[in-house]
Design a protein around this ligand. Structure first.
Ligand code: ZN
Length: 96
């Protein structure tokens, strides 16, 4: 019987940022579907859970990118977020 080979990446972040995710109905009160506060460094991300699963993924990545790259313009965050979300979605990644 053939043994399955598992390879490991040569490098990973030693201290990745740990986000705190809150599912919260923010659409009506804050006029958005997700929000974060990069300048506070509290790493809290709020996502309105009433989105389609794919939009939820896109919003989650979008807000994470804002946290990681607070100086990047919205258009770059938007493009990067949707590109990553589309790739993950096409590969079958879904929320449990
Ligand atoms: Zn944004």
């Amino acid at each position: 019987m053939k043994r399955k080979v598992v390879v490991k990446p040569k490098s990973r972040a030693k201290h990745p940022i740990k986000f705190k995710l809150r599912n919260k109905f923010v659409y009506e009160s804050d006029d958005c579907v997700g929000q974060c506060w990069p300048s506070t460094k509290n790493r809290i991300i709020e996502i309105d859970p009433r989105q389609s699963p794919k939009d939820y993924l896109d919003t989650l990545i979008h807000e994470s990118l804002h946290e990681l790259f607070p100086r990047k313009a919205e258009r770059y965050i938007l493009n990067a977020g949707t590109s990553i979300a589309n790739l993950l979605w096409r590969l079958g990644y879904r929320k449990k």
